[in-house]
Write a protein that binds this ligand. Structure first.
Ligand code: BGC
Length: 815
């Protein structure tokens, strides 16, 4: 949430949502559903009943309509959830011991945020001096520590995804975790792993792209890194928070199979990584507020996934006390009902609810234990955990800010990830550059903003080169290396004559500089962010999918006079680039995303071939906007608009494949300065376990992460050869093609790897597949089922690449 004036629009929309919920949450329907939540009828049949989209979703009134589901208690300590990691078991034991003598009120205090702007972090749990508990500092963002100085500005999540590099994802998480810890943050509010359902979604860049497995791998690696460094991760936003317009009022109506296979999968991987906390989102899910929706909190997250940490609300997303608590919410943030209201759904109201029996005492114990266990999980009880040494709300120069420098040498990783996340989309041989005699560097995006890198609060403006989107998912730049700075440094070494022109609105000027240069490099961008800031009429979500700042015209002007024009794109997401992509004078295109503080250096590494490009598109670039399967809902007369996820499983490339639409550049695509060949794909069963269905006798708590479902059952092997002229990294991708009767999209990503090869060298790669990986979510039986029939495994260069394949028969039936 914002800390500046721009937050007013968020508060007002949130409070209108609150007021409708307040009346309904006190209605008897809420109470009766809580009472019935212990009834066993609330289990699988109920989930099936709520499964299907519009028809199954009652009229949107903001009431509590989702079928109840009981909260699981004591799952790690009492040992009936065999799949829970030993780290959680130990952490819960410690937490239970620590909480033994606490009063009810002290436990309530552990669950209740201190209130908006009370405390030094964006969210605060007050110290509990009577128990010698120092309190908790919760701070954004998913790309670095927000609201402070002497921190790094890392590449955004979308760039981490574009590396398709699990090691770099982990290292980024670790480095960000170190920085949060160094500032005294206990809970870092990331990663963000929503799905990029709509191409124009304002916050897509905070997350990991438009495929659940790519997002899942990235979430898992990021969380492991963050938590290994000692900070609690908070994966967000659970769930269906896929657009900014109406984010605090709309209902994301998601059928059960799509929920399980697409939207919740990255959160399952987060739980597999022992994520400490989960943030529930502002929106409703199938007609109930996400933070009081027992189907997603008690059932999917805490029962099916066996999540052992705590659920916190997004800022002002709590809509009730009793209903929320009994539906699975463990902590309310920032604590007050609406900012500065001096009231809370938790606090005294929670104490009263326990006293009058609306909330079981055991449930309050569970909430406190989950929060305390997460503290122990990452070792924050150890002496020497830094105290908070910055202040998110007071002036940077206030005495609360000790200006602790936490950057270490993270700039190296940031530059490497900047280079590794650049996707080479087109290259007619003009790249890499080789000591060019002259360069014309064109476009506002090539240079600095006159306002400096932090000229707009929460980066809410587009001026100069773009290296971050806007909103709460930001951090201050310590500096920003733009393309001009970095290319100028290289030009000095090479004796290159470098001229530039940064005014996008004077096309004659553009042409006069572009003409005659050995190469014209044109930088363009497109920005988006969170809804509380509107930039140039874009209320978070982008209004269009075209380049900002006259970008297309600038590219075309340069290319009209220079037949060696290289386009560099800094964008939060896909753009329609049809106006110029086939222009023969445009000899290369580099898709650089939003790479953080070392932007220009990473770009130079790729432009000059110091880093052979290996980035891959984490989403599909269409030829026209209408080719995408879903759209932002921009306008509605309904105060609680229904957003029906009618495309189901067919998001992004899945839709392009199933609807037979040729994209401009598909998910997974990316070129290199060399080329690779795949051969000899084989698959074999590891033969060490039964198929899942043989013993599928109901899914126990945490059963989605059980060995039966998740252990590797098949190994896929292939040979990769570098058949081009130079050393480089490749990203072979493992796709699965289900038998048609399974009702899956034509192809789905399951895994990827990155390897480095010298020219001529060959290497063997292996992937594994589990029962889960080859299953579908069967709604009637509420279980994972391996469809009968022949599957194809494909090792390919992208979602559309034919690749190299073989078949297998995981169910053993009908092949
Ligand atoms: C955002 C969250 C963020 C929180 C605290 C909310 O508006 O949706 O992602 O963590 O504010 O700043």
């Amino acid at each position: 949430m914002s800390s500046n004036a721009a937050s007013s629009s968020a508060s007002s929309s949130a409070s209108s949502a609150v007021s409708s919920a307040v009346s309904s949450s006190s209605a008897s329907s809420a109470t009766s559903s809580v009472t019935s939540s212990s009834a066993s009828s609330a289990t699988s049949g109920a989930a099936a009943a709520t499964a299907n989209t519009a028809a199954a979703v009652p009229t949107p009134t903001g009431e509590y309509v989702t079928q109840p589901f009981p909260y699981p208690l004591n799952t790690s300590i009492d040992g009936y959830a065999a799949h829970i990691s030993s780290n959680w078991v130990t952490a819960h034991q410690k937490a239970r011991a620590r909480l033994a003598g606490w009063t009810q009120q002290e436990k309530v205090n552990l669950t209740t945020g201190a209130g908006w702007q009370v405390g030094r972090c964006v969210g605060n749990i007050n110290p509990i001096p009577s128990q010698n508990f120092p309190g908790l500092c919760l701070e954004d963002s998913p790309l670095g520590v927000r609201d402070t100085d002497f921190n790094s500005a890392f590449p955004a999540g979308i760039n981490a995804a574009a590396t398709f590099d699990k090691d770099l994802m982990y290292k980024r998480g670790y480095a960000m975790g170190q920085e949060h810890k160094g500032k005294g943050v206990n809970v870092a509010l990331g990663p963000m792993t929503n799905m990029g359902r709509v191409a124009a979604g304002g916050r897509n860049w905070e997350g990991f792209g438009a495929d659940p497995y790519l997002s899942g791998w990235a979430s898992e690696q990021t969380i492991k890194g963050m938590q290994d460094a000692g900070v609690q991760a908070c994966v967000k936003h659970f769930i269906g928070n896929e657009q900014e317009h109406y984010r605090t009022t709309e209902s994301s109506d998601i059928d059960d199979r799509t929920m399980r296979e697409i939207y919740s999968h990255p959160f399952l991987r987060a739980v597999a990584a022992d994520v400490a906390s989960v943030m529930c989102s502002y929106n409703q899910v199938n007609g109930s507020w996400a933070c009081q929706n027992p189907q997603i909190l008690n059932k999917i997250l805490k029962t099916d996934f066996g999540f052992q940490g705590y659920v916190m609300s997004d800022w002002q997303a709590t809509m009730s006390g009793v209903s929320s608590v009994n539906s699975g919410l463990d902590m309310t943030m920032p604590g007050d009902v609406v900012f500065n209201s001096l009231t809370s759904y938790f606090g005294q109201n929670l104490t009263a609810a326990v006293n009058n029996g609306s909330v079981e005492a055991a449930r309050l114990d569970d909430m406190a234990e989950r929060i305390m266990a997460a503290y122990y999980l990452v070792g924050q009880d150890a002496p020497g955990y830094p105290a908070v040494n910055f202040d998110a709300f007071r002036s940077m120069q206030s005495i609360n800010n000790s200006h602790v420098n936490v950057q270490g040498d993270h700039y190296k990783l940031i530059e490497e990830m900047g280079a590794a996340s650049i996707v080479l989309l087109k290259n007619d041989g003009s790249l890499p550059l080789n000591q060019p005699k002259s360069i014309a560097l064109i476009g506002e995006d090539a240079g600095p903003s006159p306002l400096g890198p932090n000229g707009y609060g929460d980066r809410g403006g587009d001026s100069g080169t773009l290296a971050m989107g806007w909103g709460s998912g930001t951090a201050n730049f310590p500096y920003l290396i733009d393309p001009l700075m970095a290319i100028a440094t290289q030009a000095r070494k090479d004796g290159t004559d470098l001229n530039w022109y940064l005014d996008d609105w004077n096309l004659d000027g553009v042409m006069s500089v572009a003409v005659g240069a050995e190469v014209a490099i044109v930088c363009i961008n497109a920005d988006s962010g969170e809804d509380y800031i509107t930039v140039d009429g874009n209320q978070g979500d982008r209004n269009n999918l075209t380049a900002w700042l006259n970008g297309d015209a600038v590219v075309q002007a340069a290319a009209s006079v220079n037949n060696n024009t290289v386009v560099v794109v800094h964008s939060v997401g896909p753009l329609i680039i049809e106006p110029w992509i086939e222009n023969p004078n445009i000899t290369a295109v580099l898709w650089a995303g939003i790479p953080g503080q070392e932007s220009g250096n990473g770009l130079v590494d790729v432009l000059y071939g110091w880093y052979n490009p290996s980035g891959r598109l984490p989403y599909t670039i269409a030829k026209q906007r209408s080719d995408y399967p879903a759209e932002v809902l921009y306008e509605s007369t309904d105060p609680h608009p229904q957003i029906v996820y009618a495309e189901g499983l067919n998001i992004d490339y899945r839709h392009f494949l199933s609807a037979n639409i040729t994209p401009r550049f598909e998910f997974g695509f990316g070129l290199s300065y060399t080329s690779f060949d795949y051969s000899n794909v084989e698959i074999w069963s590891n033969g060490n376990a039964k198929r899942w269905q043989d013993e599928n006798d109901g899914i126990p708590v945490g059963g989605f992460l059980s060995d039966k479902l998740q252990a590797p059952q098949w190994t896929v092997q292939a040979q990769v050869q570098n058949v081009g002229p130079v050393n480089g990294c490749d990203i072979p991708q493992l796709y699965l093609e289900y038998p048609a009767s399974a009702g899956e999209p034509p192809r789905v990503l399951r895994d990827f790897t990155k390897l480095n090869l010298d020219p001529g060298a060959t290497s063997t790669i292996q992937f594994t597949l589990s029962n889960y990986d080859v299953s579908i979510w069967d709604v009637p039986s509420q279980s994972w089922v391996i469809p009968d029939g022949t599957f194809t495994v494909v090792v390919a260069k992208s979602s559309f690449d034919q690749g190299c394949s073989t078949t297998f028969c995981p169910s053993g039936n009908n092949c």
